[in-house]
Design a protein. Structure first.
Length: 222
């Protein structure tokens, strides 16, 4: 529950602080708080020995504040008449303002829009980009005229991998009874390399039983 003090520039006001601090070290709780600073700012000077609780409390707060403000003080005095009863209100309001201070201020519409654009850009970079595709025409040559071309084509189409799609094919006469297989294929560029396909799959075991060589006749981006 909030504690109210008034007329702290008067002896009667300091007396109310003295009575409140009976059996206590601080205004609120068991640690120095902003409440102590508010009351300290409203008390014009250290209470006399007639108010031992308030005097001890005043010294304690002054000691803590001295640690927070280590610069050398030469002392100042404030002229004029005694402050009116509501004099502590500005100090209290200032302390409240410090508690609620927003160092960065409210976010403007422009800042909000910029933040949204940055978030959208981050999401776009996280989306996997669709890789390009290419259409390839290959010529597959057998060893001789005794090679079973049906088995040769079956060997070619047996090669399967992500991003590879075999298409139409036909047998083209070469001469001396030998035919070659021309076959279309579509590849995803990031997943399939035509050179690796030939060297690591088509012209190595067991497919090299039927396939002598493979050439790329045409290569077009889709």
């Amino acid at each position: 529950m909030a504690v109210t003090f008034s007329d702290l520039h008067t002896e009667q006001g300091v007396k109310s602080v003295e009575e409140h601090l009976a059996g206590k070290t601080y205004i609120s709780g068991d640690q120095l708080s902003v409440d102590d600073v508010k009351v300290y700012a409203a008390v014009l000077e250290k209470p006399s020995n007639a108010f031992p609780n308030a005097s001890k409390w005043y010294d304690c707060v002054a000691s803590h504040l001295a640690k927070s403000f280590p610069g050398k003080a030469v002392g100042v005095s404030i002229g004029g008449s005694a402050a009116p009863a509501h004099a502590e209100a500005p100090a209290a309001a200032a302390a409240d303002d410090d508690d609620d201070m927003d160092l960065f201020g409210d976010e403007t519409e422009e800042e909000k829009k910029a933040a949204e654009e940055r978030e959208a850009a981050k999401k776009d970079t996280k989306k996997p980009k669709e890789s390009g595709k290419s259409s390839v025409l290959m010529e597959v040559k057998p060893w001789d005229d005794e090679t079973d071309m049906k088995k040769l084509e079956a060997a070619v189409r047996s090669v399967e991998m992500p991003g590879l799609l075999w298409g139409a094919s036909k047998l083209v006469p070469v001469g001396y009874g030998i035919k070659k297989l021309t076959i279309m294929l579509t590849i995803v560029d990031d997943l399939v390399s035509p050179d690796n396909l030939i060297e690591d799959y088509l012209t190595c075991e067991p497919n090299n039983e039927y396939i002598q060589s493979v050439d790329i006749v045409a290569f077009n981006k889709i």
